[in-house]
Design a protein around this ligand. Structure first.
Ligand code: MRU
Length: 348
């Protein structure tokens, strides 16, 4: 797939995901404010991808502040970090990446202007590379859970576009495809933002992996007909007990999977876990503009006067999740103790 997050010292180029699948265009960011706006406005989306982008955004702050004193450079980095963290509230990878960058800046701020920019550039590149490596490890760790001749249903886009590269849920699909195990990927269109129809289908077509798009409300009948062997989704934030926030509609898919006795897998790197939150009740859920629901292709479909809601994520309780596949191993059954055992230690 075409590179979607491209960094060259002081310039961040982001594939504009809002325009896919029609057009391939890049948005250029030279300041942390531009990177934060790109996250807020969905140029780039997906939990690990916005974490990687935020890391580069913090590095941009150091490049922009090269002329100032050590104190002013650190202040610029800290304030950029705060602005980037506010860009979207649910995916914890964003705050995780910013905090890692800020910690690095604090260690190194006295080293001179160019040194700080170089160091933060290197740290952001490391976060990016580690995320791709994590996705590949998720694919390898989850492969034994993927059935031969598998017909996989996924929701939203948890692919290369949503990560540093390769993908989490689609990382598992790609690993299974490489092992000859994928018969079909069913991609929920994922109303209202259509990440499944626009992005998951685009990625899979590019990779020549068979994909069928369905409206979200068709998943139940597909499952009832015995046409889905396994569900694989990504995650935006996973609480200490394994409750998982992901794209709105994921919870419904998990309920359906349980009813039809279909394994429901979550694929996510350890940076998506927020062990400070005991359960899903504490996960902040982004509310986006109702216009994204009410207006389709420029035409208003809902009469004015009707209220419209748009929670962008929902929480799937751990009890509905068969396994969470991480780069450090598989969590199954999904309990507090197993979450702590697999991801509870620091990797650094
Ligand atoms: O609103 P989005 O498109 O950022 O939501 C993305 C999702 O919900 C993904 O499933 C999740 O971030 C996992 S990405 C590997």
């Amino acid at each position: 797939m075409t590179g979607h997050i491209i960094w060259s010292r002081g310039l961040l180029r982001l594939l504009d995901q809002r325009l896919l699948p029609d057009r391939i265009e890049y948005v250029e960011c030279r300041t942390p404010q531009e990177a934060a706006a790109a996250i807020r406005n969905m140029v780039v989306r997906g939990a690990p991808a916005i974490g990687v982008t935020a890391a580069y955004g913090v590095a941009l702050a150091a490049f922009c502040a090269e002329g100032g004193s050590a104190g002013s450079r650190l202040a610029a980095v800290l304030s950029a970090g705060e602005e980037l963290k506010r860009a979207r509230p649910t995916a914890v990878n964003l705050a995780w990446a910013v905090e890692r960058m800020v910690a690095r800046a604090r260690e190194a701020v006295d080293g001179g202007a160019g040194a700080l920019a170089d160091l933060l550039s290197g740290e952001a590149e490391a976060i990016h590379a580690e995320d791709i490596a994590s996705c590949r490890a998720i694919g390898a760790n989850g492969l034994p859970l993927m059935p031969e001749g598998g017909r996989v249903l996924t929701h939203c886009n948890a692919g290369a576009l949503a990560t540093g590269g390769y993908g989490t849920a689609l990382g598992l699909v790609r690993a299974a495809r490489e092992a000859g195990r994928i018969k079909m990927v069913y991609a929920d269109e994922t109303r209202p933002y259509l990440q499944g129809a626009r992005l998951t289908a685009w990625e899979l077509v590019e990779d020549e992996i068979p994909v069928t798009v369905l409206c979200d409300d068709m998943a139940a009948s597909l499952m009832a007909k015995g046409r889905v062997d396994v569900v694989v989704v990504g995650a935006d934030r996973i609480a200490a007990n394994g409750d998982t926030a992901n794209k709105i509609g994921t919870y419904g898919v998990a309920v359906l999977a349980r009813h039809h006795r279909i394994p429901f897998l979550v694929a996510a790197p350890s940076s998506t876990f927020d062990l400070s939150i005991p359960s899903g009740k504490g996960i902040p859920i982004e509310e986006r503009t109702p216009d994204e629901v009410a207006v389709i292709a420029g035409r208003r479909m809902v009469p004015r006067g009707a209220a419209v809601i748009h929670p962008a994520f929902d929480v799937t309780p751990a009890s509905l999740i068969t396994a969470i596949v991480t780069e450090r191993g598989v969590i199954s059954e999904v309990t507090d103790a197993n979450v702590a055992r697999v991801v509870g230690r620091s990797s650094r």
